[in-house]
Design a protein around this ligand. Structure first.
Ligand code: SF4
Length: 276
């Protein structure tokens, strides 16, 4: 009898609990106009409001199609291709950093050749510190601003030896403190050397193409402005790919002067092409 009563009360309790839960579920689905929409509601509203450029997905798919042969200079000689993949990890990372330092204002072919000479010479922190400035200059000539870069490389390498145990820093904040390293370079170093996508690497190709395709809400004057504008809407999973994709597209089709619009799959959905 006592047991029956206990079973009965347990049944009643579970029924009440179940109906309470159903009621709570029902309640949670009702959103009264003056109620806060909750975190999910806010996220949804933000998603709806977020600005996106017209036709960007079609632009991107066309660029992927135009880049599928992977035969632009960046594909063979970009900074992601110049380091010694058999070197110890910290040496590999140092070489990625150096190839990016050399690459600013320099064609990929010239950077790649300079990196090969440096690697034959011995491209490690200790060896670069032992190398005098004149020899280092000869090794990297004719990269753009080579004299200034000799100083940047020497100063940066000394800091790596002193403060980072001959490795490179692991954050954008620390990387941009190194002489000759700017935000574009730092984000690319994070991606290539640490496989950590911290931001979009925007160089002159990416900057120019984003403005031509109107991928920034307003026209931007500097690559750094373009990076910020792009990061506001471009899905994060595309941040790593976009640099490689647009750099090669800029080298082969969307050239700085005389873009090859007649061959471009985006010609019907690009305002620059329509003006030409
Ligand atoms: S149509 Fe011309 S300007 Fe527009 S993306 Fe293509 S090459 Fe560049």
């Amino acid at each position: 009898m006592r047991t029956d009563r206990r079973v009965c009360s347990l049944l009643l309790l579970s029924k009440a609990k179940a109906s309470g839960e159903i009621l709570a579920q029902k309640r949670s689905k009702v959103c009264i106009a003056y109620d806060s929409p909750g975190e999910n509601g806010i996220k949804e509203a933000t998603k709806r409001k977020r600005w996106e450029p017209r036709n960007w997905e079609q632009h991107l798919s066309n660029i992927r199609e135009m880049r599928k042969a992977k035969d632009a200079p960046v594909d063979q000689m970009g900074a992601g291709k110049c380091y010694d993949a058999d070197a110890p990890p910290e040496v590999m990372r140092y070489q990625v950093l150096l190839s990016l330092m050399l690459s600013s204002q320099t064609k990929d072919q010239v950077t790649s050749a300079a990196m090969m000479r440096l690697r034959e010479h011995g491209l490690t922190v200790d060896n670069v510190l032992k190398t005098n400035d004149a020899t280092l200059g000869q090794l990297i000539y004719p990269v753009g601003f080579w004299k200034r870069k000799v100083k940047y490389i020497k100063d940066t390498t000394a800091i790596l030896k002193r403060d980072y145990d001959s490795d490179i820093p692991k954050t954008v904040g620390e990387l941009v403190k190194l002489p000759g390293v700017g935000p574009k370079m730092a984000h690319l170093v994070m991606d290539i050397a640490w496989q950590d996508v911290s931001g979009i690497g925007v160089d002159t190709h990416v900057h120019r193409i984003c403005n031509r395709l109107k991928w920034t809400k307003n026209e931007t004057k500097l690559p750094e402005e373009t990076r910020q504008a792009l990061e506001e809407w471009l899905p994060r999973e595309l941040w790593s790919e976009i640099n490689w994709l647009l750099v090669g597209f800029g080298q082969q089709t969307c050239l700085p002067v005389g873009p090859r619009c007649s061959q471009c799959l985006n010609k019907d959905i690009c305002s620059v092409s329509k003006k030409r």
